[in-house]
Design a binder for this molecule. Structure first.
Ligand code: CP
Length: 308
């Protein structure tokens, strides 16, 4: 593995290797071993052209735990504001001896543009991790979601996983669906209004449910997604109250899922829009453990890319 751009096409054995490696990192952090030297002498550049709390911070923590030097480019103060192109920025950071780029960008495909450029200029030794590109993919979120599901449920084959909300604009949903399919998940459901479900979702082998109750019934795993207003380009949005009445996950709706169902959310949550606080803070929520697992999964991805 040279780059991690998507979970689409990522072989099952590679996903399993990443999850197993993350597991070993989590074990050593439980034994209070905070740092390992696997990326000593390497420079990891965090390039976040779009806002982030969890992904940027956990990539930084992960890289530091691998003993890498971490450089967070402050995009708002960078020369991007003076018109420097993405690829010129990359060339300059490569000239500063970057070994790995962690890239978040509002444009779908931006990390692909970077990898193609690096190959064109003969820098196949520099690795790229997609930290979320437009509505296309968020592979490390997909992988940490798989880690979370495996942690709580062990085997994917008997599971029913309901992904609920704005699937149309969600790079997380796409990355989850590809990884869940590769791992042999029993049933994957996409639950939401017609206007927020991509037409291609059925061809991905996913069962579509427009009714929340139908989508939740007997589910083992419920993955909630927020309305991604920033990607809706002025489309007519449902009001928060209207959306919550139809698709908000309340304790009463969650009771339709299996009693031992887990509730996940990639964050950020909009309480009272897609999820009620009674669920977000309830016993079935594993939303904060997802964040913790994200550190180990990102350590695993970076150390495998670096050839460890
Ligand atoms: N899940 C996720 O991508 O969160 P951030 O936008 O805070 O990184």
């Amino acid at each position: 593995l040279t780059h991690l751009l998507s979970t689409d096409g990522l072989p099952r054995d590679v996903i399993t290797q990443i999850l197993d490696t993350a597991s070993s990192f989590l074990e050593i952090s439980d034994r209070d071993v905070k740092k390992v030297p696997l990326l000593r002498g390497k420079s990891v550049f965090n390039l976040f052209f779009e806002n982030s709390t969890r992904t940027r911070t956990t990539f930084e923590i992960a890289a530091k735990r691998l003993s890498a030097d971490v450089i967070n480019l402050d995009v708002s103060r960078s020369s991007t504001a003076k018109g420097e192109t993405l690829l010129d920025t990359i060339d300059n950071l490569v000239a500063m001896h970057a070994d790995m780029f962690v890239v978040r960008h509002a444009s779908s495909g931006a990390p692909y543009l970077i990898t193609e450029h690096l190959h064109r200029v003969g820098r196949t030794d520099v690795h790229v991790v997609n930290a979320g590109d437009g509505r296309h993919a968020h592979p490390t979120q997909g992988l940490l979601d798989m880690y979370t599901i495996r942690h709580y449920k062990k085997d994917f084959s008997p599971l029913t996983v309901a992904i609920v909300g704005d699937i149309l604009h969600s790079r997380v949903a796409r990355s989850d669906i590809h990884a869940l399919t590769t791992l042999g998940t029993g049933e994957i459901r996409a639950v939401g209004p017609q206007t927020l479900l991509p037409s291609a979702v059925e061809s991905m082998g996913v069962r579509v449910c427009h009714d929340l109750a139908d989508g939740l019934r007997d589910a083992d795993v419920v993955i909630m997604l927020r309305l991604q207003n920033e990607r809706m380009n002025g489309a007519l949005l449902p009001s928060a109250g209207e959306y919550f009445r139809c698709y908000g996950l309340t304790p009463a709706m969650l009771a339709l899922a299996r009693p031992d169902a887990i509730v996940m959310h990639p964050g950020p949550m909009n309480r009272g829009v897609e999820i009620d606080s009674g669920v977000a803070d309830g016993a079935q929520a594993v939303i904060l453990p997802q964040v913790t697992f994200g550190i180990a999964v990102r350590m695993a991805v970076m150390s495998i890319l670096a050839g460890n």
